[in-house]
Ligand binder design. Sequence first.
Ligand code: SF4
Length: 352
Amino acid sequence: MTRKLLFAKRLMAWYRAHARDLPWRRTSDPYKVWISEIMLQQTTVNTVIPYYQRWLSEFPTAEHVAKAPLRKVLRLWQGLGYYTRAKNIHKSAKILCASYGGKIPDDPQELKELPGFGPYTVGAVLSIAFDQRQPIIDANVRRVIMRVLALKGPAEGSQDKKILAFLDREMPDKDLRTFNQALMELGALVCRNHNLLCGVCPVKPQCSAYKKGIQEIIPQPKKKIIKDIHAAVGILRRGDKYFVQKRPSGGLLGDLWEFPGGKIENGELPTTALRRELKEELNVEVKNLRHLMDLKHFYTQFRVHLRVFSCDPLSDVRTHKDRRWLTVGHLRKYPMPSGSARILDRLARIKV
Ligand code: SF4
């Protein structure tokens, strides 16, 4: 038996015996594979499962996505984060319907042209849906292969040349969908970031880091810098409606709807910051500021601390298509950043 067959055989046999039964593994429908792969980027399996199921019941095909307004697409995505992923699915679905009869092409060049189809997504869709011989490198695969090859340094794209050469040598000629998913599953269940389970690892005999006893220090950990952001939020109410506005399309959390407010500058009082932001953003002065709640929300790179106040505007707040007064019931249909969504949940329970 050749060494190549050994690595793949051990890995794939382990996968067949131990893989988790996940909803997207029961299909090789390219559309469903695509949606699951995009959702799984930067997001854990347990978080993705209900989103994936809701998405497919709302949008069973690319055509359903293409026909839906962006607002509905983002609302379904709300809470998954990295909203550009949802916007790219929407854009790609429109292109698929206009140029490919709503089907996902099996040509790598054509796939690469679609928004959101980077090397990982192209490889994942082509291998898992079409069983093409395409390597894929996600964080799990990178970590596993870095250990197998005992590559030192942080887990970054600069390691990928050696990883790709390894994969090219070790990949079997068929059943690539099993090989690629097995590598990712090994990273998720056995060759984990912490608490590695080398004792039960199927590729232990071929793992250089294990043989040298250095698997715990590969890859070299990156320093995580978490920034604290303090913001003041204003709840403006008119009858049973609340004022919300849409964030600009291109920026962070673009196209999501939120309560007005903004960053508290160093040394600034939250109430002063809120008055300043409302004046700058909406050109309104406010009175009767009352502290309603404090919320903390965690993102990958930063922590947001929200101080929320109700207040009364001294003049009319001008509305247009991106600035609206909406009831709680209506607001629930609008995509919001997690902080605003949590404020809305509390507003629905308390009387302001
Ligand atoms: S032996 Fe340990 S370090 Fe090597 S691939 Fe398996 S789990 Fe990872």
